[in-house]
Design a protein around this ligand. Structure first.
Ligand SMILES: [Zn+2]
Length: 224
C-alpha cells in the first residue's frame, strides 16, 4: 500500500544515476550515452558477415552494460534495443531485406537462472519491436556453461567457447527464406559469434551479419 503510494508520487529512478525520470534512462545519462555513438556503425572485419556496432566498449557504455547485466537493470535492454534500431534504420541498404531473423546469443540455463534474463534477448526483443524483424531467441541453445570471457586471452577465449552452442527449440519456427543476423551485447574477438555461426551453417542457415551494442575492436579507434 505504502509502496503503491510512493511509486505514485515519485517518478521511477534512472538505473544509471538514481535521478528521478519519466524515461528508461534520465536525460542526463542518455546524453552521455549518445555521445559514445560511433559515427559509422559498420565495421569491416571479414567478407563472410557484416558487423554493425553502436559504440566503442568504453566509458559510459561499459558502465551501462555492467549495470544492465550485473545490477539486473532489465529496463536498460529496452533502451539499447531502441537506440540500435534507430541507427540500423538509417542504413537503408541493410534494411531493404525484410527476410531477416534476429538471433540473440543464448546464455546457458544456469547462468540465465542466476541473472534472471538473457541481456541479448532483451535487446533483440526491443530491436525487433521497432524493425519488425522476426525474433527467435531459442534458435540456438547454449549447451556449455562457459567461463566469463573477460581476462582470457584470444586462445583461451576460443577454447572456452568451442562447442558451446547447439540447435535450440525454435528451430522448427525458422523460415527457410530468411537469413540470420546475430545479436550480442559486446563484440570482442568474435570467437563467440564464429562458434554460433558454425552451428547455424551446419543447419544450412545463412548468417549475413552481427549486431552489437559495443565492441572493443581496435579498428573502431581508427574509424571514429
Ligand atoms: Zn541518469
Amino acid at each position: 500500500m505504502l509502496e503503491n503510494f510512493l511509486s505514485f508520487i515519485f517518478k521511477p529512478l534512472c538505473p544509471l544515476c538514481q535521478r528521478h525520470t519519466h524515461h528508461i534512462i534520465c536525460e542526463y545519462c542518455e546524453k552521455k550515452l549518445l555521445s559514445c555513438k560511433l559515427s559509422n556503425p559498420q565495421i569491416s572485419i571479414n567478407q563472410n558477415y557484416f558487423l554493425f556496432v553502436w559504440a566503442k566498449y568504453d566509458n559510459y557504455i561499459k558502465r551501462a552494460i555492467f549495470i544492465f547485466k550485473y545490477d539486473k537493470a532489465k529496463q536498460i535492454g529496452d533502451f539499447f534495443g531502441q537506440i540500435l534500431a534507430k541507427e540500423w534504420l538509417k542504413y537503408n541498404h541493410l534494411t531493404n531485406n525484410k527476410n531477416i531473423t534476429i538471433v540473440p546469443i543464448p546464455l546457458h540455463n544456469e547462468k540465465q537462472k542466476e541473472r534472471g534474463f538473457n541481456q541479448s534477448q532483451l535487446i533483440a526483443n526491443s530491436f525487433c519491436q521497432i524493425t519488425g524483424y522476426q525474433h527467435l531467441p531459442n534458435l540456438l541453445a547454449r549447451v556449455k556453461n562457459t567461463d566469463a570471457m573477460f581476462g582470457l586471452n584470444v586462445m583461451e577465449r576460443q577454447t572456452n567457447i568451442t562447442q558451446a552452442f547447439s540447435v535450440g527449440k525454435d528451430y522448427s519456427k525458422f523460415n527457410r527464406q530468411h537469413s540470420v543476423v546475430i545479436l550480442d551485447d559486446i563484440y570482442t574477438t568474435g570467437a563467440t559469434v564464429r562458434e554460433a555461426i558454425k552451428v547455424l551453417n551446419i543447419l544450412e542457415i545463412n548468417v549475413i551479419g552481427v549486431i552489437a551494442i559495443a565492441s572493443s575492436l581496435q579498428s573502431i579507434d581508427n574509424e571514429k
